[in-house]
Write a protein that binds this ligand. Structure first.
Ligand SMILES: *[C@@H]1O[C@H](CO)[C@@H](O)[C@H](O)[C@H]1NC(C)=O
Ligand SMILES: *[C@@H]1O[C@H](CO)[C@@H](O)[C@H](O)[C@H]1NC(C)=O
Ligand SMILES: *[C@@H]1O[C@H](CO)[C@@H](O)[C@H](O)[C@H]1NC(C)=O
Ligand SMILES: *[C@@H]1O[C@H](CO)[C@@H](O)[C@H](O)[C@H]1NC(C)=O
Ligand SMILES: *[C@@H]1O[C@H](CO)[C@@H](O)[C@H](O)[C@H]1NC(C)=O
Ligand SMILES: [Zn+2]
Length: 941
């Protein structure tokens, strides 16, 4: 699956006033269960956690299906023959199914997964003989369908047959579900589509819904005879018209390769395709979208072809399916999903229209597409054995998307972007006590849902990037290839990957090194000192709150790491020096020539750690940047900024160092360091907002921007990717910090559009809508709302939402939140985005918080407590709070609503963040205000 940040959706490089806990809506899952609401299921009484007292009072003979969420290893599926008949008029579907299984031991029962399905027939046959069923029933607690038999099955083959009914109309849009769109003639069109990862295939057909239960699939779909098409993972084998009834067609697909249930996909829709394009290997790459949006799939198709060609070559294994389809789905819960051979996307992450999509949208499409296609190997061909190792799928795909785009779009400098896209926000989360290790034990669907998070995706990809650098790119790809070869069509665990990489890793112990990054949370701070010609390195755990208490024995590695340290020096700025700082070593060192003036540790920020220097070493680096910043790579500049802001926050250095470092920015032209600065300044501003230093802080930032923002900053036509990006960030920053020329330009362009219908340049729209709308009246708001409702392009709509949520009018914002509730106004998939947008507006933050408190019960009803983004919405909104009062309010709220569903970790993070904010304000607000008072320049811009 693909991750998705609100800022990217809004078409801006970064959303201003970014929330401390990065908000990701890459998997807006819900898990509500009609027959048995899992959220009300009391986990403390789960069978796995019986207290000794309780178990002594219970019958010892618990039935196997009562025991836990994991299937029995005695029954293994081989082939599913699944026929689904969605009725788009009634919104119901029927499932007719035959599963061939292998029986590995004599059992007189079978259980497999179902959820929200009514099973009406269960038949078991073995060797052509019907085995009488004693009872067949659902066991909702573990989402099982259980069949007990009059006699035991023999070891060997066996066939299960089922009939089941289900409902396509689902608020949470997972499983097999209905999506709607409005056609050009204003007619509402219905389609049926599916999204099964991680545990929703069981909502479409009874199945052994665990990733290691791979089987082949023979799919049949019934579709309306006219206009509609049916799509699945494989290509069509044949179609039978007027079957099963008149005006219906039964489409049969080829039998699939062995795959996991969560990768199966069923679609019945009235979409068209662009002409297919052949990959180098020879299979066609097809793209589908609704009427009116089809042309906008061209860019994704281009990227898909280039990207899949890259992967076939890089992985050294052919793509094993006959075709690859990409399809844009109007209602989609995550960014995209890697169904094998039929990748589904949320429209805003795949449609690209020149002239109305921004470069940020373009990047999003390219990133999402190459992420999903990497999964065709990492995830689909080789799948994690269990969800504990989800990061093998997601961390790897998240890294490979950059590798592939580095080839496909070399001018984008994607490895530089990796820092602000993936690494920096992960470090920020992972430096708190409420983080968690990459590899984490999960068992129930809540926990499985919760692990699709920043750590799996972003820390996962960050440590893979680091490992590739330790081993060398060639050795790394050889190891990956060997791993994929061995495990193709099978399942693997983290250790299997390490074992294969080890074959090409020389003396380094891959497992020993990587365990310290994947099996404990957090990362080290490397402290660098210079003694004569020796540069020495020591490590300690880095925490945002450097005074936080923790027990080192909580980690099997006592919060120490094997660190591969790289370094460049003034003496040879293009040369990398390196050494290992082992976990138990007290220090490591590298000698440098006496004339060395500066050293920069962690070259290109490939290592997963922070670096602090002695004060005169910081000074030497800053001097170099001010004299000639180009001696250091943009990644190294971003790294220094990222570390300097964080180290000041954690009180390892003073803010004067950080602010001195920022002085070089008047020469900075690369968008990545600027994006990083943007995020850091916004974070600082959140903390200073409402304090004495705020006005001077804004003024200080304006002075940094003095020479950077000119009329040329607003000219983006015919500029290259990097240049447009830096202009977007600078305009955004200028507007955010009140540069007058910026704000008036934004307002001017907005009014011009209202008046003449001439839209601002696509790349500027995100900024223009957001800041132009800040001070408008009700009339303009209504005008924007009307335009929003008329707009067909989902990316454009999201940018407009950004504008609608930025007005400085409390009443209007309250109304906006109410309007967003209505699905006729705003698709369910975008609802939380609206709340986040409002909360990001300083005026809107209290509005959003009050709204959530007042509407909590209704929201729980609508989305279910196990909806991940819903689980994270409170923490996302609350993470900016910085007073004891607010902390208490949040604590009271949690006490009043103790059931966090899939948001338990998010709540913990929010509380820690607020506590850290309070400490920060107490410690830094006053001195910083004083420092600013003395250091802001007289003149303002
Ligand atoms: C859940 O379990 C806890 C601890 O055993 C108990 O105090 C509580 O009443 C239970 N809640 C429900 C709804 O059963
Ligand atoms: C499943 O059964 C329940 C209870 O009888 C019923 O309310 C529901 O409508 C059924 N669902 C379908 C899709 O048939
Ligand atoms: C569709 O509806 C819009 C607004 O409701 C209207 O302006 C437009 O004319 C309609 N189009 C057609 C083809 O009926
Ligand atoms: C089949 O579709 C045709 C054309 O749309 C329609 O005239 C006919 O009544 C339909 N037949 C049935 C049985 O629905
Ligand atoms: C370092 O590498 C860059 C890019 O390859 C080159 O332009 C520059 O001249 C090199 N600098 C030194 C000091 O070798
Ligand atoms: Zn993914």
């Amino acid at each position: 699956m693909s991750l998705m940040k609100v800022s990217l959706l809004l078409g801006m490089a970064s959303i201003g006033l970014t929330i401390a806990v990065v908000f990701l809506c890459y998997s807006l899952y819900t898990y509500t269960c009609e027959t048995n609401d899992a959220s009300s299921y009391n986990k403390t009484t789960s069978s796995t956690t019986f207290s000794p007292l309780m178990s002594s009072t219970l019958p010892a003979s618990e039935a196997p299906w009562e025991k836990d969420f994991r299937l029995s290893p005695d029954i293994i599926p081989k082939l599913y023959e699944v026929k689904l008949h969605p009725d788009l008029i009634t919104g119901l579907f029927t499932c007719e199914e035959k599963i061939s299984v292998r029986v590995l031991s004599r059992v007189n029962y079978i259980y497999l997964h179902i959820d929200r399905l009514n099973v009406t027939k269960s038949v078991v046959t073995q060797n052509g003989v019907n085995i009488p069923v004693k009872s067949a029933f659902s066991y909702p607690k573990n989402q099982y369908w259980v069949i007990t038999l009059e006699k035991s099955l023999e070891v060997g083959e066996c066939t299960l047959e089922f009939l089941a009914d289900g409902n396509l109309r689902k608020q949470d849009i997972v499983g097999f579900y209905e999506s709607r769109y409005k056609a050009a003639n204003n007619e509402t069109r219905l389609i049926a589509t599916s999204k099964f990862e991680p545990t929703y295939a069981r909502q479409a057909f009874p199945c052994f819904d665990e990733p290691s239960m791979k089987a082949k699939f023979l799919v049949k779909l019934v579709k309306p005879k006219d206009k509609y098409i049916a799509l699945s993972n494989m290509n069509v084998k044949n179609s039978i018209e007027d079957s099963p009834g008149p005006n219906q067609t039964t489409v049969e697909f080829e039998v699939s390769v062995p795959m996991s249930t969560y990768l199966v996909c069923f679609i019945v829709c009235d979409f068209n395709a662009l002409p297919s394009v052949k990959s180098t290997q020879g299979f066609p790459v097809n793209v589908y979208a609704r009427e009116g949006q089809l042309e906008n799939m061209k860019y994704a198709q281009d990227i898909a072809v280039k990207s899949i060609n890259f992967y076939v070559e890089y992985f050294g294994i052919n793509y094993p399916l006959p075709k690859l389809d990409l399809i844009a789905i109007p209602d989609f819960v995550s960014g995209a999903m890697e169904h094998w051979g039929l990748v589904t996307f949320r429209e805003a992450s795949v449609l690209y229209k020149k002239g109305s999509s921004s470069v940020v949208n373009m990047k999003r499409v390219a990133m999402t597409t190459s992420h999903e296609l990497a999964h065709m190997w990492f995830g689909d061909l080789v799948t994690m054995g269990w969800w504990n190792d989800l990061w093998l799928n997601e961390g790897f795909a998240s890294y490979m998307q950059y590798k592939s785009l580095a080839k496909v779009e070399p001018s984008w400098e994607v490895d530089t972007m990796f820092l602000t896209d993936m690494l920096h926000s992960t470090l920020q989360l992972d430096q708190t006590l409420s983080s968690h290790p990459i590899v984490q034990t999960v068992s129930n669907p809540d926990q499985i849902t919760e692990i699709f998070d920043v750590i799996s995706y972003q820390k996962g990809s960050s440590v893979i990037r680091m490992l590739e650098n330790m081993m060398g790119a060639d050795n790394f790809s050889k190891g990956v290839n060997s791993y994929l070869q061995e495990f193709q069509f099978k399942n693997a665990e983290t250790n299997h990957l390490w074992a294969h990489l080890q074959r090409f890793a020389g003396n380094m112990s891959v497992t020993q090194v990587m365990d310290t990054y994947t099996r404990q949370m957090g990362f080290p701070l490397i402290t660098v000192k210079k003694n004569g010609d020796q540069i020495t390195f020591t490590q300690q755990r880095y925490l945002a709150n450097s005074k936080a208490n923790y027990d080192p024995n909580d980690s099997p590695f006592k919060y120490t790491w094997h660190v591969y340290i790289t370094m460049t020096t003034s003496d040879a700025p293009n040369q990398t020096l390196s050494t290992w700082l082992y976990r138990n070593a007290s220090e490591a060192s590298i000698s440098v020539p006496a004339k060395t003036t500066w050293v920069k540790v962690n070259r290109h920020q490939v290592g997963y750690f922070r670096v602090n220097y002695e004060p005169d070493m910081w000074k030497a680096l800053i001097d170099q940047l001010i004299t000639d910043h180009t001696v250091l790579d943009p990644r190294d500049r971003s790294n220094l900024l990222d570390d300097a802001f964080n180290l000041a926050e954690s009180e390892h250095i003073g803010y004067n160092t950080t602010f001195s470092l920022m002085k070089y920015l008047s020469k900075e032209d690369h968008f990545v360091p600027w994006t990083d600065v943007y995020n850091k300044l916004a974070r600082l501003e959140d903390k200073l907002y409402g304090t004495d230093g705020h006005a001077n802080f804004q003024k200080y930032v304006r002075s940094l921007l003095r020479d950077k923002i000119t009329t040329d900053t607003w000219v983006v036509e015919n500029k290259d990717f990097l240049e447009v990006n830096v202009k977007i960030v600078l305009n955004d920053l200028g507007c955010n910090f009140g540069v007058k020329t910026c704000l008036s330009k934004a307002e001017e362009l907005l009014r011009k559009w209202f008046k003449t219908g001439e839209k601002p340049d696509a790349d500027l729209r995100g900024v223009v809508y957001r800041y132009g709308m800040e001070n408008v009246g009700k009339e303009e708001w209504d005008q924007m709302w009307t335009k929003f409702k008329e707009e067909a392009n989902p990316q454009e709509q999201l940018k407009m939402l950004g504008g609608l949520g930025s007005v400085k009018d409390i009443e209007q914002l309250e109304k906006f939140l109410e309007m967003a509730k209505d699905e006729k106004n705003i698709r369910s998939q975008d609802y939380f985005t609206v709340i986040i947008i409002v909360a990001n507006n300083p005026i809107g933050l209290p509005v959003a918080w009050k709204y959530l408190q007042n509407n909590w019960d209704n929201l729980v009803k609508r989305f279910g407590l196990n909806h991940r983004v819903f689980g994270r919405i409170i923490p996302s909104v609350c993470s900016k709070f910085k007073t004891e009062d607010k902390l208490k309010e949040v604590e009271d709220f949690f006490a009043k609503h103790p059931n966090a569903g899939a948001g338990a970790a998010g709540r913990k993070q929010a509380l820690e963040t607020i506590q850290n904010n309070i400490k920060w304000v107490n410690k830094h607000a006053k001195p910083l205000a004083e420092w600013l008072e003395q250091n802001v320049s007289e003149e303002d811009v």
